[in-house]
Design a protein around this ligand. Structure first.
Ligand code: ADP
Length: 253
């Protein structure tokens, strides 16, 4: 009798553990409500983002696709708190990023979001390795851990032989790969990437996708990227199509 009870309680505990695990996996990380961004171009309003409602769960690997000028960059900029909406809300882990002060928003970004954006440049006076280490230094991680992670990430993006080069000695594509390694270094909750493979050759693209998938699978980091690259789209498990600032399609594979 006692043996049966022990067995039942073990099963109950295990079931609870599984439910917790599923909940963790499916936890909403980003909630976007009625999002709008309107720019003025020579007095004419441009509705770059025109009423988007969307959620992302922890652990997603999602691609945002759509023609040039459809609003992808504006949308990603707002999720990252780099641009503010004209109307609507973005909650990240329940925090409304646009209601934070500038200082708190910077801190929030550093702790939660990794960026791979063209406009988010590398620090010119630092080497590739130092650029990747920099954010971990701000996070006060031990020196040895910083160095090891920076080296392994740079090796993973095919730059193991450029650790000590400064950005101006690297090509555009190589700089972008350093930016990817830097975004991954801080172990953020999610990574926003605007055309991450735009300047990469096919070997680097393959390496980059492999490391992104590995981090997504093993560390449950959420990836949201805009892309035109079919190789990236093929790897995505969710494909969101934007056109004229609106969601046209949202497919989960
Ligand atoms: P995508 O990333 O899909 O190419 P964008 O988000 O860059 O699209 O642009 C969406 C629309 O908003 C375009 O019509 C673009 O010209 C306009 N736009 C983007 N940024 C600005 C800005 N800073 N000022 C005025 N118009 C802008």
């Amino acid at each position: 009798m006692l043996l049966v009870q022990t067995k039942i309680s073990k099963i109950t505990i295990y079931n609870k553990f599984l439910i917790q695990k599923i909940k963790y996996k499916q936890m909403k990380i980003i909630e976007i409500k009625e999002l709008h961004k309107t720019y003025e171009n020579a007095g004419i309003p441009v509705h770059a983002v025109n009423g988007i409602d969307l959620d992302f769960n922890q652990g997603e690997f999602a691609a945002i696709v759509g023609p040039s000028g459809s609003g992808k960059t504006t949308f990603l900029n707002m999720i990252g708190g780099l641009d503010s909406p004209t109307k609507g809300n973005i909650l990240i882990n329940g925090v409304e990023i646009n209601s934070l002060s500038d200082r708190k928003r910077i801190d929030f970004r550093m702790k939660n979001i990794g960026f791979v954006f063209q406009a988010y440049n590398l620090i010119p006076v630092l080497t590739a390795k130092e650029n990747v280490e920099f954010i971990m230094e701000l996070q006060k991680r031990p020196k040895k851990e910083r160095e090891q992670r920076a080296i392994s990430l740079l090796e993973a993006v095919g730059l193991g032989n450029k650790l000590n080069e400064r950005p101006k000695r690297l090509s555009g594509g190589q700089q972008q790969r350093v930016a990817v390694a830097r975004a991954l270094a801080s172990k953020p909750k999610f990574i926003l990437a605007d055309e991450p493979t735009a300047n990469l050759d096919s070997t680097s693209t393959k390496n980059l996708l492999n490391i992104m998938e590995k981090l997504n699978r093993e560390e449950n980091i959420t990836f949201i990227f805009s892309t035109h690259d079919q190789r990236v789209v093929d790897k995505a498990r969710r494909i969101i199509t934007i056109d004229d600032g609106k969601i046209k399609n949202d497919i989960k594979k």
